[in-house]
Design a protein around this ligand. Structure first.
Ligand code: SAH
Ligand code: SF4
Ligand code: F3S
Length: 494
């Protein structure tokens, strides 16, 4: 692992300063600022990387564009986890070609996990040669340098580093006001046979506890009420530490320390089932600020398939973890990820998956069709599942999960739940939304505006939902659907 030294960051800082001067000159000449547009695909770790790119651009004097067409710099931050994600990138790049023709000084950058696969970079330079910058997830801190060379020398900059870097101290422009993302570690060592992530993100590197806790303290002080600790496998946090002298040696210790900061809620993902410890469950049970929700990807309920996937647990071990967790944390909600149609999956294997779902009754699940990823061991495995069979299984799986999700949500009918408000509902006017500690989405209306602080109410009686973000609301649930609850506000605390 390479820890990016202060000297390197200072070098980047000089490029930031130089670009900043150009931006300032442009502004005083034209009265306009240059604007950026970042589109992030994939997981929350990638989203957090996008926030760091935005932070760097902010330091250079760029402003965020309101839309793609307004931008002078477009960054596509890619994901490679399933084939669908790859297709979306190339579709979107095709559309950008026209935009670039209309606007010759538009700068287009592509970064993220897909760039770690040389065939994608080759396809970009062959078929989308208007792309100016290409870099990988480990090269984010070099954006100022790459952009500077593109702007001053007008040369394309393609650079995808291979080193497993750990960078501290990058500026960040956070996308949300109510929930902050905090990556605690990067990379993955598990090599599940279907998964591309260990190849795109490199080996596990854990940030130092002091750096993480400093970030959390700053977040709490700047008004964040909810933080989400992120890693591909948070349970193995700290396993790469050479010295074990400090107080914080593993994820449970880190979570316990985070719980002492001033947040309303702490969330985390993702937990690998093989690494859930009794200690972690006890820390969760003892600290109500840690959400009573565990995202525990199952992938398959068949021991044979789990073995082929290199998941390193059996269905019996998974079920034992669920049982123990429920003993210690009775209101715990489980969610999961499941893959349908892994090579060689038989009807019996699939029946084992449905069976474990009936036993656990997940509150929610992300369900995926197996997607072959070149370079992974599963891509070479025999007996691919016929696409029609795969889709038919997928439909049965989602039907079962939908029934479980609805039944889970119905348990809240008539009850009052506490939610952290995320803002206005995307679909309806004067409807607001947030999530319970069990991660259920709750939409609500306000029958009595007097329950809200004055700054959230306008004289005509309308409510400004953005003023409610990050507050805690108590909502009486009047309706339960598969993917959301609906209710009426009973109390609100900013
Ligand atoms: N680190 C996390 C998951 C990261 S990827 C974990 O181990 O739980 C998120 C999910 O994408 C995985 O849990 C898996 O269900 C799914 N996924 C990964 N590779 C896939 C593939 N090749 N085909 C289909 N789904 C895949
Ligand atoms: Fe992929 Fe497995 Fe690592 Fe998750 S734990 S990122 S599924 S290799
Ligand atoms: Fe995708 Fe990379 Fe995340 S492959 S899921 S963006 S780690």
């Amino acid at each position: 692992m390479t820890i990016i030294e202060q000297a390197e960051l200072e070098r980047q800082q000089r490029y930031i300063g130089q670009i900043g001067q150009c931006m300032e000159a442009y502004r005083s000449e034209t009265g306009f600022s240059r604007r950026y547009w970042i589109h992030t695909y994939g997981c929350q770790l990638n989203e957090n990387d996008g926030e760091k790119l935005a932070g760097l651009l902010g330091e250079m004097g760029y402003l965020e564009a309101a839309g793609l067409r307004e931008a002078d710099l477009i960054i596509l931050n890619t994901c490679s986890v399933r084939e669908h994600a790859d297709d979306r990138l190339f579709g979107n790049l095709g559309r950008l070609k026209n935009l670039r023709q209309e606007k010759p000084d538009l700068v287009i950058a592509v970064c993220g996990c897909m760039m770690k696969q040389p065939e994608h970079v080759a396809r970009i330079s062959r078929s989308f040669s208007f792309v100016d910058l290409v870099f990988g997830p480990q090269d984010i801190y070099r954006l100022p340098e790459l952009l500077y060379h593109r702007l001053s020398d007008e040369k394309k900059q393609y650079l995808v580093g291979d080193e497993d870097t750990l960078v501290e101290g990058l500026p960040i422009h956070r996308a949300r006001r109510f929930r902050a993302l905090c990556s605690i570690m990067y990379g993955c060592n598990n090599f599940c046979t279907y998964c591309i992530v260990p190849y795109t993100r490199g080996r596990e590197r854990s940030r130092q506890p002091g750096d993480i806790l400093r970030e959390l303290r700053e977040l709490a002080l700047s008004g964040y009420r909810e933080v989400m600790l992120l890693g591909q496998n948070v349970n193995s946090y700290g396993q790469d530490f050479e010295e074990t002298g400090g107080d914080i040696r593993d994820f449970s210790d880190l979570l316990e320390a985070a719980a002492r900061e001033n947040f309303y809620r702490i969330r985390f993902m993702t937990s690998h089932p093989k690494d859930i410890s009794e200690k972690l469950l006890k820390v969760m049970a003892a600290n109500p600020v840690i959400e009573p929700h565990l995202h525990l990807p199952l992938q398959s309920g068949s021991n044979r398939v789990l073995g082929q996937m290199n998941r390193q647990y059996t269905r019996e071990q998974y079920l034992a973890t669920v049982t123990r967790a429920r003993q210690l944390i009775p209101n715990l909600a489980f969610s999961t990820d499941i893959i349908v149609g892994f090579p060689g999956e038989t009807e019996e294997d699939f029946a084992d998956t449905l069976d474990i779902m009936r036993q656990v009754r997940f509150a929610s699940a992300f369900t995926f069709l197996y997607s072959k990823r070149t370079g992974t061991p599963a891509a070479e495995m025999p007996n691919p599942v016929d696409p029609a069979v795969m889709h038919e299984r997928f439909d049965r799986l989602t039907a079962l999960q939908d029934a479980h999700s609805l039944a889970y949500n119905r348990q809240s009918l008539g009850q009052t739940v506490e939610i952290l408000v995320e803002g206005v509902s995307a679909k309806q006017d004067q409807v607001f939304s947030g999530r319970t500690g069990q991660n259920q989405l709750v939409n609500f209306t306000v029958a009595d505006p007097a329950l809200l602080p004055a700054e959230a109410r306008s004289p005509d009686g309308r409510i400004d939902g953005s003023r409610l973000e990050g507050g805690l609301a108590r909502v009486r649930v009047t309706d339960a659907k598969t993917f959301s609850l609906f209710g009426v506000l009973e109390a609100y605390r900013p």
